[in-house]
Ligand binder design. Structure first.
Ligand code: BT5
Length: 262
């Protein structure tokens, strides 16, 4: 993409996972800004070992390698900027308004999921060049561009929970145009990660786009489930949830929106 750091775009007819590919490239010393995009993934991954579904050639499956100069407690911002850039691209290319579900899904106004983000870092791995490169974060996003066209396309477990830009815009949408718009929108946001005012700006944008704030939620932790109302996202990206007269800070876990925000 001219005028951005994303000039090295590697395209695959098929790959196991664009995230896996870029993590290996990062270990071998690939620089900030490399992009991997696939028509098909044989082992597309979600969070916590889950799978990401997309029939061949229908949707955008893309990962970017970032090496931001970012304090470790603010690394969540790397996935936030990709989610925010994807929302901008959806608006620009398809005229569709998406919101962010904490920590980083993109939802349609009816609450169905249009995109999911998976950020993976390999902090333990030493750089082969002796540490001149900043530590890598690979941020992958799957955007339902043309699939599903309707509920009949979906496996049973995704009926009523997944939708696509095509369905929302009521017309086919060009995956290449979404990718170009995403990378263009991502450039200034990625640049913001490297300085404190920029990080504040991106954290603020995330809070404004976050549909979870103000919504009744069920929080599913590894060892516990509780319900409450999400009240804010902290500067470190934690979700604050008011429950039983106290405020709990959720660092990681699955959050279910019990109903859309009024
Ligand atoms: C995510 O995980 O939402 C992160 C998905 C990241 C996928 C991208 S594609 C490019 C890059 N390369 C990869 O290998 N991965 C990234 P999570 O929050 O765990 O959601 C996964 C769950 O969403 C699944 O268990 C399904 O229930 C549901 N799901 C799977 N495919 C879906 C789809 N296309 N649309 C909506 N929901 C889906």
């Amino acid at each position: 993409m001219p005028g951005t750091r994303f000039t090295d775009i590697r395209r695959f007819a098929s790959v196991d996972s664009t995230n896996r590919y870029l993590l290996d490239e990062a270990r071998a010393g690939a620089p900030d800004g490399v992009v991997a995009v696939a028509e098909h993934q044989s082992a597309g991954r979600g969070r916590l070992g889950r799978r990401w579904e997309a029939p061949r050639g229908t949707n955008l499956l893309v990962s970017v390698l970032l090496r931001p100069d970012l304090p470790s407690d603010l690394r969540y911002l790397a996935s936030a900027v990709v989610a925010l850039a994807a929302a901008e691209a959806a608006e620009e290319v398809a005229g569709v308004h998406l919101g962010v579900k904490w920590p980083n899904d993109l939802l349609a106004p009816d609450g169905r999921k249009v995109a999911g983000v998976l950020a993976e870092a390999d902090l333990a791995e030493p750089e082969p060049d002796g540490g001149e490169l900043l530590p890598p974060i690979v941020v992958g996003i799957g955007i339902n561009v043309n699939w599903p066209a309707g509920d009949a396309d979906l496996p049973e477990e995704l009926v009523g929970t997944a939708t696509s830009l095509r369905r929302l815009a009521d017309r086919p949408v060009d995956c290449g145009a979404v990718l170009a718009a995403l990378l263009e929108a991502l450039e200034p946001r990625a640049a913001d990660l490297g300085n404190p005012p920029g990080r504040l700006r991106q954290g603020g944008d995330l809070r404004s786009a976050c549909l979870t704030v103000g919504t009744p939620v069920r929080v599913e932790l590894a060892d516990q489930v509780f319900e409450g109302t999400a009240t804010d996202v902290t500067a470190e990206g934690h979700l604050l949830v008011e429950t039983g007269g106290q405020t709990r800070s959720v660092v990681a876990g699955d959050v279910v929106h019990l109903r859309p925000r009024d």
